[in-house]
Design a protein. Structure first.
Length: 284
């Protein structure tokens, strides 16, 4: 049953991401903004940051934009400002220059965009968007609360670690705590915007992909490809013998963990105050 669930999780994750992939706003100074474009008006473009879809709506003057590449591949080119004789034009995906075509990634690829670096560990069906895994890992507790002060935080989402990170942030604010009380979350958060502690289903699919897309047999080649990419870029190989913390809470005492090996059980509940491995992830 668990192996069937892993296949369903991998398929569901790709389908879900197909619906939320990003638009790309490229400014005239060549800087880029990963966004969800909300409105293109005659003078301004309104958008939300892709890394914070529930956050504020930003406004960018059209005169600052070179082009927008939408999630479906279409490009809307703004060119020069109107007072310079420019005009807004649209370009179908089939006419997009080669350097504007979205790259199709593979599991185990090294990803680097500015300061954001990691290994591709999950992908949408199209292979153009997905999740990257941090190059490093660390042993940390999920939280520091021990008996008799165990706490249920409400970070119970199994599918999206960002939801759990937001819940932990709310709990911290409402109870006068700090991120230091949640070491695993703090370590991921400190990596910068967009990084988070993955939910249990995300970790399960990562383990599935780490093993070449199956846990029915040992796939040394797939694991070596993944680990070579990690070590080749200054990172640490995955540990298939130790459980990794997810951000998904089971109750006031335990959080859910998983490992990357092929032998079940793939899920285990462990005390949140114990130290287990932690890896951060980030969507792209």
């Amino acid at each position: 049953m668990m192996k069937k669930r892993l296949l369903l999780l991998a398929a569901a994750w790709g389908c879900a991401w197909s619906a939320v992939a990003q638009d790309l706003i490229v400014k005239r100074d060549a800087s880029q903004i990963e966004a969800r474009v909300m409105e293109v008006a005659p003078d301004v473009v309104r958008y939300k940051r892709f890394s914070n879809p529930g956050g504020p709506t930003y406004v960018l003057p059209v005169v600052e934009i070179d082009y927008i590449r939408y999630v479906n591949g279409d490009v809307e080119r703004f060119g020069r400002p109107a007072d310079e004789g420019g005009a807004v034009s649209e370009m179908p995906a089939s006419a997009v220059p080669e350097d504007l075509v979205l790259r199709r990634w593979k599991i185990g690829d090294y990803y680097e965009q500015g300061d954001v670096k990691g290994i591709v560990c999950l992908l949408t069906d199209e292979g153009t968007h997905g999740l990257i895994l941090s190059l490093d890992e660390i042993y940390l507790p999920w939280s520091l609360f021990r008996r008799p002060d165990r706490r249920a935080v409400g970070a119970v989402d199994p599918a999206d670690g960002r939801v759990n990170m937001e819940q932990v942030a709310r709990y911290i604010a409402e109870n006068g705590l700090s991120w230091d009380d949640f070491p695993a979350f703090k370590w991921c958060r400190d990596k910068g915007e967009g990084w988070y502690l993955p939910a249990i289903d995300e970790l399960l699919v990562i383990g599935h992909n780490y093993n070449g897309g199956t846990r029915l047999s040992y796939n040394r080649q797939a694991r070596n490809l993944f680990n070579d990419a990690l070590r080749g870029h200054g990172g640490e190989r995955m540990d298939r013998m130790v459980y990794y913390f997810s951000s998904t809470e089971r109750n006031e005492k335990s959080a859910m963990t998983t490992h990357t090996g092929i032998e079940p059980p793939y899920e285990n509940d462990v005390p949140k105050s114990d130290k287990f491995l932690v890896r951060a992830v980030r969507r792209f």
